[in-house]
Design a protein around this ligand. Structure first.
Ligand SMILES: Cc1cc2nc3c(=O)[nH]c(=O)nc-3n(C[C@H](O)[C@H](O)[C@H](O)COP(=O)(O)OP(=O)(O)OC[C@H]3O[C@@H](n4cnc5c(N)ncnc54)[C@H](O)[C@@H]3O)c2cc1C
Length: 476
């Protein structure tokens, strides 16, 4: 029997995962990407060296599908995982630092010890927080989804969470995970995220960092896909996908490709444009374009002298500032080659995106100096400000309902992307899960799913996965 051919349009993490899964299922796979490199939103700046990330990306041990896909590609070395959870926080006003770390208790109590010592909340805040955690744990999936229209800030206040608790604890984590402030976030999505990462598995929030610049990692992924016999075509802009004589025709400015199956991993808007075949489908895809976009702004600062490795590698900021996260990026990299690199990220960044580069740089430098005071003052030798206006969709109230219910598998056409409903917000993990979901939908005639045999996601202590050790000097 002739090998079935699958074309995957879109080379972000969703398309990459779908391509790999379908290859493992015995399909002849072509992965087509519009840009010159794979990676989509998780990539390097569009220059030949690709040594600077578009913006800092972080994973957690709970991002199991992403880690399994990287493991399948033999790219364990591309990530480093904390041996136990440590999350650093710093108050913007005075630079005071604090950490939450997991102790010996099982989830959801594993953070209790450090939470009791957490200086940015008072005891009443901490006691009331237990009720929220309990409510998150107790709710079944259906009742969680009923909370989609309720904003998370209102829901938290219904459990008597103070403004201080919202700003010092919930906001940094919600903004990192959902790219919106709790007051603009879907409670359903927030609860699902916290359950998956913080309150059901004591290991899930161990942070993981990429040890290579993202552009370099994507080139490595492309090389590995090619070496396995998948065809990767970059710089090809697909302009239409239509069905004719029992086959899919994928048209681009270069040439047309035919396929039995097609995965559109290009985003909801581009999917609606490319796959307008059925009115019902088009209607649903167009409704999905109603998901609001949420920007992120990255400020990369390169200093010429190297700093002692005394700082925590990343810090969530607490307090009034456009900046949410400061990352000691050269401390994360296996082979830093771009000077001493501090990466600063603004989430939910419509305000930050309208600031000038100079104002953002000044704000970033002042915050770094306050949080990581050093001898003397040194200006960065180079600064790059990157505004990603479409960084994620915004997990606002109603977004879960909007994402659910998309018809799948129209005669061998399926969709993938972080916007598809997987239970995860707009993230690498959501993208990878949607890729496997798409592949599952296309191989429903096959009993076993070949990716069940992909390496398991690493648990603490597993060998073969680099550990992100934090020295005593880095503990605040
Ligand atoms: C600055 C920033 C920071 C972020 N931080 C994090 C983080 O810390 N953790 C996290 O999990 N997520 C983070 N994200 C979000 C994460 O990057 C995305 O959710 C994820 O990469 C989406 O993957 P995707 O495959 O669904 O979509 P994309 O990456 O958008 O991939 C879609 C691909 O389709 C291609 N395409 C579109 N149209 C066509 C066409 N007509 N023909 C051919 N190709 C086409 C595009 O070029 C693109 O490569 C961040 C995003 C940004 C921008």
């Amino acid at each position: 029997m002739a090998q079935r051919k699958a074309v995957i349009v879109g080379g972000g993490f969703a398309g990459i995962t779908a391509a790999l899964a379908l290859h493992d299922a015995g399909r002849q796979v072509t992965l087509i990407e519009q840009g010159p490199y794979l990676g989509g939103r998780c990539s390097g700046l569009d220059d030949p060296t690709q040594s600077i990330d578009v913006g800092h990306h972080m994973l957690f041990r709970g991002c199991s599908t992403t880690l399994r896909a990287l493991g399948r590609l033999g790219l364990n070395e591309a990530v480093r995982l904390q041996p136990s959870t440590t999350l650093w926080f710093a108050r913007t006003e005075d630079g005071a630092t604090a950490a939450l770390r997991s102790g010996r208790l099982e989830a959801p109590h594993h953070l209790v010890g450090s939470m009791l010592a957490f200086p940015f909340l008072d005891l009443k805040d901490k006691v009331r927080m237990r009720r929220v955690v309990q409510a998150m744990r107790d709710a079944d999936d259906a009742s969680v989804e009923d909370l989609d229209e309720v904003d998370f800030g209102t829901w938290l206040r219904s459990f008597e969470q103070t403004e201080r608790a919202i700003e010092a604890f919930w906001a940094p984590l919600v903004k990192a995970g959902l790219n919106v402030h709790p007051d603009g976030a879907s409670t359903a999505q927030a609860v699902l995220l916290f359950r998956a990462t913080l309150f059901e598995d004591a290991q899930a929030y161990d942070a993981a960092t990429f040890t290579m610049p993202l552009g370099h990692m994507m080139r490595e992924i492309e090389a590995r896909l090619n070496s396995e016999g998948l065809e990767v075509r970059t710089s090809v802009d697909v302009t239409a996908v239509h069905r004719h004589d029992g086959a899919w025709h994928i048209s681009s400015s270069g040439s047309d490709v035919m396929a039995d199956d097609v995965v559109l991993a290009v985003g909801a808007r581009a999917s609606a444009e490319l796959a307008g075949a059925s009115p019902d489908l088009k209607k649903h895809l167009v409704s999905l374009t109603g998901l609001k976009r949420s920007p992120r702004v990255a400020i990369h600062l390169f200093y010429s002298t190297s700093w002692p490795a005394m700082q925590p590698p990343f810090v969530f900021l607490v307090g009034p500032s456009p900046i949410d996260l400061i990352v000691h990026r050269s401390a994360e990299l296996e082979a830093p080659d771009a000077g001493h690199w501090i990466s600063v990220l603004c989430n939910d960044a419509s305000g930050a995106a309208s600031m000038s580069d100079d104002a953002l740089t000044e704000e970033a430098m002042a915050t770094i100096d306050r949080i990581w005071p050093r001898e003397g003052t040194e200006s960065p030798a180079r600064v790059e400000v990157v505004r990603s206006m479409d960084a994620t969709f915004a997990s606002r109230p109603g977004a879960v309902t909007l994402r659910k219910g998309l018809m799948l598998n129209k005669e061998g056409m399926v969709f993938a992307g972080d916007w598809m409903w997987t239970g995860w917000p707009s993230s690498i993990e959501g993208a990878c899960r949607s890729g496997l979901q798409a592949a599952t939908d296309l191989i429903d005639d096959v009993g076993a799913r070949p990716w069940d045999a992909w390496p398991a996601a690493p648990r603490r202590g597993d060998s073969g996965w680099p550990v992100w050790n934090v020295t005593a000097a880095q503990r605040p």
